[in-house]
Structures are given as structure tokens and as C-alpha cells.
Design a protein around this ligand. Sequence first.
Ligand code: UD1
Ligand code: CA
Length: 457
Amino acid sequence: MMNDAAVVILAAGQGTRMKSKMAKVLHRAGGKSLIEHAISASLAVAPKDRVFVVVGHQAEAVAAVASEAGVGVFEQKQQLGTGHAVMCGERLLSSLGGILLVVNGDCPLVRPETLQKLVELYRATGSKAAMVTTDLPDPTGYGRIVRMTGGDVAAIVEHKAATPEQHTIREINAGFYCFDAEAFWKHVHEIRTDNPAGEYYLTDMIGILLGAGHRVTALKVEDSTELLGINNKVELAEADRMLRERKVRELMLGGVTIIRPETVTIDMGVTVGMDTVIEPFVQITGESAIGEGCRIGASSIIDNCVIGDGAEIHPFCVLSGSQFDASTHIGPFARVRMGAHLHEGSHVGNFVELKNTDFGAGSKSMHLAYLGDSTIGSKTNIGAGTITCNYDGRKKHRTNIGNNAFVGSNSTLIAPLTIADEAYVAAGSTITQNVPEKSLALGRSRQVNKEGWTPKR
Ligand code: UD1
Ligand code: CA
């Protein structure tokens, strides 16, 4: 990070080609919005209080993401071009000095190292401006890099303004710039709108600084995929795929086994420990943290969960916002949500739903149950078909079950309710009153056998 660097992230445009009601930079790839990607790359080169997002379309929503990340914003009320967008920050930025980086907000794949290299090149060459470029097989739509004999940059010509001969240039401007702040603010008002779009092009600064006798250089990047700019939803899906490919690669190099990695969907914010095995078609999203030596079964969906070492999630589980301690076994076909906490070694089997429930160490609920708003102690067994009736139509109530208790199959537990330690509930009971320690509760009518009834029927 460089303390004399300031960054402006261009994010005021609507992104017409996205054909969406939502501003372009709020669309997501790899589990983060485009603007969040731009902010995290920027924070690798400049301190928080020197990073600014230019907002315009859906300014409030974009500004909310910026302030969540702790960076500044300024507004561009009318989108008069990328040059104009930076000019809108003049009052905030022109006194900062040092270097001014400008980053397109719609390029989520750029690596922080590329921005660092851009600054290094800028400094090493004594330039007043430097930009990132790359060769593209199809450069349509991008600004083209025109080079002088000798190799230095002569100009950036926008696609719309380029001559047929310039259209054949494959080296393009990626939308990442480093300027000498003093020179930039001295000359920025020389940008004119005499181009086919009638806009203030930031790219005109290159010609302007060259005209003032300064040196301009370019960092040409080999891997052009990193510089993909998102203008439509096809490119958005492409960026999403590439970011997730990067993520699974990073996890596999860190010791995670991923079976058929091309089928899994893992967000950037997820961590997974060594020797964990991830089966095909798994989705792990949000800030989920998975321990070492776990198994995540095929097609399970895990959002914002913490999973301890050695846990086994069997196939087809849907888990969100919950914690699973070491050596827990879940599923197949389990649903756990809203702040549930499963303590060490507990088992939850097929077709069991837990909501906001604390499930004690070594306890089991192996089949077909709903356990909501409950606190269940350790080594307790919950029989198949058990339901906590937590909702009376107006309010939610809690069910408390102690340690070493046994709830027989098909029991209906009407909350608020306490079943104390070592108590038994007979199968098929409807329980409405608290059950004391070490007692048996029977909440069902007695069976009557009518002998010889069938022939008389
Ligand atoms: C821009 C560059 C082009 C480059 C390409 C790389 C200019 C004039 N052209 O073109 O040389 O090859 O990026 O992807 O800069 N924005 C604002 N305010 C505005 C206009 C745009 O904030 O008034 C923001 C957009 O929200 C977007 C970024 O600037 O995040 C780039 O704008 P976009 O319209 O996508 O520029 P390109 O035509 O792609
Ligand atoms: Ca663009």
C-alpha cells in the first residue's frame, strides 16, 4: 500500500447494456458486487481515507456499499463522461498531491498486483501518466492504444472516434490509470467534448499530458482475461465463472479436495480447511468458514455457516446462518437455519429441520422432525416425527429439553415447554405440561382391543 496514493473508482454509469433496473456496479460476480471487487483491489494500493467511489445512478445504494467498506464517495449528478466523473472530485482530491489512480468500476477480475505494478512502472519511468493495456483478439468497443515509433504511448483513441486503420489495433486501454496528481489537476480542464459521443473522455488526458511535454507509459498485461470489463450479462456470467475458478484453484492449492471442481459454486469470502472433501454441485456462499477434514456432500447449499473440523454434511442439505461444531453429522436432506448451533458430535438426519435451535453435544435427531426455537441438552434422543409446536398463531415460544432425555417417535411438544434431564416422553404423545426430571410422560389415550370384532362387522 502507498500512503501518497489516492484512488477514484468510476461507478456512476447506469450500464444500459445490462438491461437492468439495477446500476451496473451492483451486479454480482463471484459472490461480491462489481463495486466491492473494485474497492478491494483499490485498498491494496491506497489507504481507506484516500479511496473514493464516484456515484451517480442509484447513488444511495452504491454509496451504501462504499461506506460499508469504509471508503469515501462523491457524486456525479449527470454522466458526462469518464473525465467529467473524475473532475467531480476536484474539491476533495486536488489538494491531496502524490499519485492519483483511476479505476473502472466494472472490471472485477483485476488483480491488486496489477495495480501495484502499474504504480511501480509509473515511478520507475518518471512518467506523469501510466495505464494498463492488453492485446485482445476482438478489441471492438475498447479504446485503442496508439504507440509512437520507439514504443511510448501517443494517444488513446476511443472506438467511436477511431479511424478504420486505428480499428485494426488490438492493444486496448483497460481502464486503469496512474497520474501525477499535480499534473492531472493542472490540466484536467483542457479536456474537450469534441468527439462523437460529446463526452469528457478521461482518455484525452494522455494526449494532453504528452502535449505538455510529459512522459506517458503503459503496462501491457499478458493475461487479458484479468481485464474483462463487464458491459452485459454474458460478460457478467463469464466474470463470475472465472472468479469462481480462481477461488476453487486457490482452495485446492491450499489442500482442499474438490471433486469435479467445475460444478461447485464457492464465494470469494469462504474459507475451507485442509483435507476437507467437497463433492460435486456444492454451493458455499457468503462468509462461510469450513474446518479441516470435513466432507461436504453433493448438491448441498451452505450459506454463512461455520462448520467445525471433521464435520460430515451428507448430500442435499440446505444450511444457512448456523454453526456446526466439530464431528457433527448432518443430512442427507436436512435443513438448518437462523442461528441454529449444533454442538460437538451431534447428529441430525434426513428430513430434519432445525431453526434457531441449540442442539447439545452428542444428541441425535435422525429422521423427520421439526425442532424450532428450542434448547436441547447433550446426549438426548429425539425420535422420528417429533414436532416442536413453537408458534401459537401470534407468538413464538421456546421448548427446553434437558440432557440424556428421550423423546419418543411422533411426539408433539407444545411450547412453551420444559422437559427436564433424563425424562422420557412416550411415543405418540402430545405434551402440553412440563415433564420433571427422570419421569415418563404419556400424553396419549390408552389402546382398547375389542376381541372378535372383525366377524361381527
Ligand atoms: C472506457 C474507456 C475505454 C476503455 C474501457 C475499458 C473512456 C472514455 N473510455 O470505455 O478507453 O477501453 O473503458 O473497459 O474512459 N462512468 C462514470 N461516469 C460517466 C461515464 C462512465 O462514472 O459519466 C463509469 C461507468 O460507471 C463505468 C466506467 O466509468 O464503471 C467506464 O464507463 P463505460 O461507459 O463502461 O466506458 P467504456 O465505454 O467501456
Ligand atoms: Ca466498460
